[in-house]
Design a protein around this ligand. Structure first.
Ligand SMILES: [Zn+2]
Length: 128
């Protein structure tokens, strides 16, 4: 029986590792919950009353106020959120970021697999 070359053995090992990693990412992808675009920022603001305690410093300001911000047709749009809206969007935006990280990791693994499958010096492997 012919012994496979060290290169082929190493390639098979890399592919198995990639498959395991990709399976984990696939399962993570399947668990993704609802998503939202944009970001939520928190700010504390002074009011218009010059005698108000909020004028004594940043920690006395009113709030916290949560603002949701995103781009719509190239323009930045902001909206003041109620507390329940802020909680929901913070959670859904965190979900979207997790999804983005998962997709980026899947692209990385895919590039590694392409590099093994197309192990020629002239192979086209995007993002490498
Ligand atoms: Zn005030």
């Amino acid at each position: 029986m012919a012994k496979s070359s060290p290169f082929l053995q190493r390639s098979a090992g890399v592919l198995r590792a990639c498959e395991r990693r990709y399976d984990r990412l696939r399962r993570r992808l399947a668990r993704v919950d609802y998503l939202a675009v944009g970001t939520v920022t928190v700010s504390r603001l002074p009011c218009g009353n010059p005698d108000c305690r909020c004028r004594r410093g940043a920690r006395f300001r009113h709030g916290p106020y949560h603002y949701w911000t995103t781009k719509v047709a190239g323009k930045t749009v902001s909206k003041l959120l109620k507390p329940d809206e802020a909680r929901l969007y913070l959670r859904w935006i965190a979900n979207r970021r997790r999804l983005d990280r998962t997709v980026r990791a899947m692209l990385e693994v895919s590039r590694d697999v392409a590099a093994v499958l197309l192990s020629r010096s002239d192979a086209f492997i995007p993002g490498r």
